[in-house]
Design a binder for this molecule. Structure first.
Ligand code: MRU
Length: 359
């Protein structure tokens, strides 16, 4: 077992330290989470975000609850209900909290076991993202071969890198693996309004690794695909049903439609912890509605290099802010998982993940 140190979060004694993702790319700051309420707040206000990391912080939130209650299981369960509810769409959060509680129910040493189970969840994520990277890299390598070494152009939406799932991400894991293996590639980064996770976080991650990329407005992908400028799309997921419908950041569905119309392959990368075998139809996935302020205001640096928030719409105009949309399985070329690449349909998913079958 690792010492509980990952790129996006790490343990310092009994505290969890996380990168404050609301400040990137403008400044690199960390936050110390000491109480379970700190963990709930960090998930809800998106100090941390991305399905995997939400689950990791949820798991450590249960550990912090164990410390705060001196191992009182009833109280830990009550706090865990609040952790579970901090964000509704990414199933990794509920999955991680439930896994923690299942271990603690049979524990004689609740605080120590909570700590080691949370670390175990993160260690598994590190292992899974390595494997997702290896499987996805084969797809990129095949395109590179078909293009006789010309750069492979990959479009991605939102941020599904190591800020979202320790320690390599989901959608970005194959990109990192291909770059490390010397494959020439370039990434089209959807800005991902309204919170700009693409422009802020994915571009920052790729820049750190020296990977060629270009930020595009969310509306640009269709034109690029129609013009032959995209070889494949890879996105992450917040929840995938047993039939292969995908909940991911709002705007993903429109990219999948454009990809289908232009015969561009559309892959979704995810670990098994993002599968929700209890749901078949994506329309049953709870979609988070967030504050309209995220649409009406934008954050960035002004010319004096100060972090500023500005309003971009008329006073009095309302805005609607759904955080996620559903991409039907029929638009998904395949699911890149830690067990291999799987068609997005019920039979294939059940046969790759027989141990998760709840039917
Ligand atoms: O609202 P966010 O930033 O938490 O949404 C994140 C995404 O939609 C990612 O694409 C998704 O979590 C996959 S990365 C594990």
């Amino acid at each position: 077992m690792s010492a509980g140190k990952y790129k996006a979060l790490w343990l310092e004694g009994e505290h969890l330290v996380v990168i404050d993702q609301t400040r990137l790319p403008f400044s690199y700051e960390t936050k110390r989470l000491i109480t379970p309420e700190d963990a709930i707040g960090a998930i809800a206000d998106m100090t941390v975000r991305g399905a995997g990391v939400i689950g990791n912080v949820g798991a450590f939130g249960v550990y912090l609850a164990a410390i705060a209650t001196n191992g009182n299981l009833k109280q830990i369960e009550a706090i865990s209900t609040k952790i579970r509810a901090a964000r509704p769409t990414a199933v990794n959060l509920a999955w991680a909290v439930d896994r923690m509680l299942a271990v603690l129910k049979n524990s004689q040493n609740i605080i120590a076991d909570a700590r080691s189970e949370a670390i175990k969840i993160c260690d598994e994520d590190v292992e899974h993202t390595e494997k997702i990277g290896d499987y996805g890299c084969k797809l990129i390598a095949q395109i590179a071969e078909d293009k006789a070494g010309m750069p492979v152009n990959i479009l991605t939406h939102c941020n599904a890198g190591w800020l979202a799932l320790v320690d390599r991400g989901t959608a970005l894991a194959p990109i990192y693996a291909a770059h490390e293996r010397g494959i020439d590639l370039h990434v089209w980064v959807d800005e991902t309004r309204p919170r700009n996770q693409g422009a802020n976080l994915t571009a920052w991650e790729l820049g750190q690794q020296g990977i060629k990329h270009t930020i595009i407005p969310d509306n640009t992908g269709g034109l690029l695909m129609h013009s032959g400028m995209v070889d494949m799309c890879i996105v992450g997921a917040d929840r995938v049903t047993r039939a292969g419908d995908v909940a991911n950041k709002i705007g993903t569905y429109l990219k999948a439609l454009a990809a289908k119309d232009n015969q561009v392959t559309f892959y979704v990368a995810l670990p098994a912890s993002t599968l929700d075998m209890a749901i078949a139809d994506g329309r049953d996935i709870p979609i988070e509605t967030r504050s309209s302020d995220e649409v009406l205001y934008m954050q960035g640096l002004n010319r004096a290099q100060e972090l500023t928030t500005i309003r971009i719409a008329p006073q009095g105009s309302p805005a609607l802010n759904y955080g996620f949309d559903i991409t039907p399985a029929r638009l998904v070329t395949g699911l890149i998982t830690e067990r291999g690449i799987c068609p997005a349909n019920e039979r294939a998913i059940a046969s790759m993940f027989p141990d998760l079958n709840t039917k």
